[in-house]
Design a protein around this ligand. Structure first.
Ligand code: SAM
Length: 339
């Protein structure tokens, strides 16, 4: 039974864990091209610290963990880390969000280590544009990564596509066609106010999921389907005869806070109960202050971890107020928090 029930009776079962703020890409909606102010290595949680935090979180009722970043596959030792997570009793689902660049090298190894599934970010199917959005990415490598993930059975595969008006909204149908041919679940994500691209004319660049859905409905007929057992943020639809699905994530236009079941751990050891609130609980300071590694110190550390998790759940806000008219105060660094 979950002990992680927040002040609004939401049961928290999903832990998003960022293992690095570093990334081999500089996506225009996520990072600045120039800014290389990475968190110093000693401030980043060590794998064994993350494993211990997840172990305690699972004891309190977490059943699903998503590994993110930065780019999680850019951190050395990721396969062994997944293997250690797999050992945690009662952890049902381990997934990972990646830009896909290194995925063809890793897919089989990750599956073998115990990873359940992957989400792959893909914002254009045109090489030149893909390269401009990601500032240095390789579409060819990501497409190979998707093939490898399918082959390794890292299913269901979700493709994350952030739509920005005037940048990639002309490709919506190309993404939809992907789902006709392949068992991929393409999720159109509303552009959030993070990264350089959102600093100027954000409102003009924002496209609501509803607008996309309505324009697709003029051409295709689709029906709602559930690929998540009902608790993810996306609503999914299937076009008749398609192998995959399309989904919409309406972080701004239609909030899903009332069913939010997640909490985040940043790479520098802060528990973040809500992506859009700056409220953070420093769990690293607490666990690094427990002295040398004796049996007693470990017992105290585990108790502190559980207390900090409970503290974070208690301050999880009811919801956020971010919308298209109210985004100015919400500018945040996605790569540091972990998307
Ligand atoms: N490097 C990995 C990747 O590219 O998927 C994981 C980290 S990335 C921060 C996680 C997700 O956040 C990606 O799917 C990305 O598209 C999404 N994201 C980042 N900035 C965003 C923004 N401004 N609006 C919407 N989604 C965003």
């Amino acid at each position: 039974m979950s002990q992680l029930v927040d002040s609004f009776r939401r049961k928290i079962t999903y832990f998003r864990v960022s293992i690095t703020d570093r990334c081999n890409y500089r996506c225009i909606y996520c990072q600045s091209e120039k800014q290389f102010e990475f968190i110093p290595h000693q401030e980043i949680l060590r794998y064994e610290e993350i494993v211990e935090i997840v172990e305690e979180a699972v004891k309190l009722g977490i059943t699903k963990v998503r590994i993110t970043g930065g780019e999680p596959l850019a951190r050395e030792g990721i396969t062994d880390f997944i293997r250690q997570l797999r050992e945690i009793n009662k952890l049902e689902d381990i997934s990972l969000t990646t830009n896909g660049f290194f995925l063809s090298e890793y897919a089989e190894k990750l599956k073998d280590a115990g990873l359940t599934r992957v989400n792959i970010s893909l914002d254009s199917l045109q090489e030149g544009k893909y390269n401009r959005i990601t500032r240095g990415g390789s579409l060819e490598k990501v497409l190979k990564g998707i093939d490898s993930a399918l082959k390794a059975d890292l299913l269901p595969i979700k493709i994350n596509t952030v739509l920005i008006r005037g940048v990639n909204d002309d490709e919506v149908e190309d993404f939809v066609k992907l789902t006709l041919e392949r068992p991929l679940n393409v999720r159109f994500i509303e552009f959030m106010p993070s990264g350089e691209e959102s600093k100027d004319n954000y409102r003009d660049k924002f496209i609501s999921a509803l607008e996309i859905k309505e324009s697709l409905a003029e051409k295709y007929s689709f029906r709602p389907v559930d690929i998540n057992s009902g608790n993810g943020p996306a609503n999914y639809y299937k076009i008749k005869g398609a192998k995959g699905t399309i989904g919409f994530i309406t972080a701004l236009s239609q909030h899903f806070c009332s069913s939010c079941n997640r909490i985040r751990l940043t790479s520098n050891g802060k528990l973040r109960p809500c992506l859009f609130s700056n409220k953070e609980i420093n769990i690293k300071r607490a666990i690094r202050g427990t002295g040398k590694d004796s049996y007693n110190a470990a017992v105290i550390r585990k108790k502190i971890i559980r207390d900090k998790l409970m503290e974070a759940i208690k301050v999880k806000p009811k919801g956020h107020k971010l919308d298209i008219k109210n985004q100015n105060n919400y500018f945040f660094k996605m790569s540091q928090i972990g998307g």
